[in-house]
Design a protein around this ligand. Structure first.
Ligand SMILES: Nc1ncnc2c1ncn2[C@@H]1O[C@H](COP(=O)(O)OP(=O)(O)O)[C@@H](O)[C@H]1O
Ligand SMILES: [Mg+2]
Length: 344
């Protein structure tokens, strides 16, 4: 393991219990766009394009990639804030790609939650902390006033917003960024969901409090036996939080597997480049990693070829032909690259 990721390694034995909570098959989410205001031509941004993965009970899957790679769209589609364009999402063995009845919707939204990146935008400034945190209970019609107050006080205490009796009646502007994100976590967890999408939940926080909030989330994940999709562009955060990792590039998973395996033996040139972009404290340390050129483009009507083709230092003729499939190279490690799959 290169020293690039210094954060303390912690016990991740929790995902050992068998049982799949989320299973995604060939998920697609396209957005229709026009190239100019007067243009009639409709094009499609392939934000998520044929993505498949599973999250086990108690497991944390880190979804990583640069900005614009489709992480947020994947997360929002999973909790059904977006209608999928194609593919299937199974949650607790139930197909939730189409939530047909109100009862189905209520069931799914009781058991799944999302925590957003920006705690300044995600909390309604006109609502008290109590109203914000209790909302999922009232939407679901759970508990009477007294039970709701107790539940809010309990969860606020648990996320370190104490004393809850005084904080409950305050407004978001009276809280710091870290406290607001703890409130967002409390709201997400008040119904003890089985599955949570966390979309870069600490990236807007001061560096000094990021680790505290991550530690809190890990403790809660272990305690409540939840499954998480943890979105981050930061590999050290991924390593701290997750047991598995999926690397996303322009809507496609390019590499996936157990996190230590992938970080120690990155195969895809994109994963290798992400790792090489993490600053190393030791100036003597030399990494043999490719430098990639350019930046993330928008996958508008992308041709059927490797999405990484333009930026790849190893691009070959075959990479222009069709998009490489994700293949298993052993050790539960998958990669989508013709360097390892020359026959297609
Ligand atoms: N509502 C939308 N309409 C059109 N394009 C979108 C929309 N949301 C996201 N996109 C595009 O989809 C791609 C993926 O975006 P996003 O999921 O936000 O990536 P990430 O979270 O990895 O930064 C980007 O090219 C983005 O511009
Ligand atoms: Mg995002």
């Amino acid at each position: 393991m290169p020293e690039f990721i210094e954060m303390k390694k912690i016990d991740k034995g929790r995902a050992s219990t068998v049982g799949t909570v989320v299973k995604v098959e060939h998920l697609k989410k396209f957005f229709a766009v026009r190239k100019g205001i007067f243009s009639r031509e409709v094009h499609f941004v392939h934000a998520v394009d044929d993505v498949s993965f599973e999250i086990k009970r108690g497991g944390v899957l880190a979804l990583v990639g640069e900005s614009g790679c489709g992480k947020t769209t994947t997360g929002k589609t999973l909790v059904r804030l977006y209608e999928p364009t194609g593919g299937k999402i199974e949650f607790l063995n139930k197909d939730i790609s189409k939530l047909r009845t109100n009862a189905d919707r209520m069931w799914f939204h009781r058991k799944s939650q999302i925590i957003f990146q920006d705690p300044y935008e995600s909390l309604n400034p006109r609502m008290t902390i109590f109203d914000i945190v209790v909302e999922p209970m009232s939407v679901q019609g759970i508990g009477n006033i007294k039970e709701r107050e107790e539940a809010v006080a309990d969860i606020l205490q648990r996320v370190g917003i104490a004393p809850p009796e005084t904080f409950m009646w305050r407004y978001p502007h009276e809280l710091s960024g870290g406290q607001r994100q703890r409130v967002a976590i409390a709201r997400a967890l008040i119904l003890k969901p089985e599955f949570v999408v966390a979309d870069e939940p600490t990236s807007m926080l001061d560096v000094s409090i990021r680790t505290q909030v991550m530690k809190l989330m890990l403790d809660l994940i272990n305690e409540m036996d939840m499954s998480f999709l943890y979105i981050t562009h930061d590999l050290s955060v991924a390593r701290y939080m997750a047991d598995h990792i999926a690397v996303l590039y322009l809507g496609k998973i390019v590499e996936m597997g157990e996190i230590e395996e992938v970080l120690q033996h990155p195969l895809h040139p994109y994963t290798q480049a992400l790792i090489s972009a993490v600053p190393v404290p030791d100036p003597e340390f030399q990494r043999e990693m490719p430098k990639i050129k350019g930046g993330v483009s928008k996958p508008i009507d992308p041709p059927d070829r490797c999405r990484f083709y333009e930026r790849c230092p190893y691009a070959m003729e075959v990479c222009k032909g069709t998009c490489p499939p994700l293949i298993d190279v052993g050790n539960d490690h998958k990669v989508a690259c013709y360097l390892y799959n020359k026959n297609g």
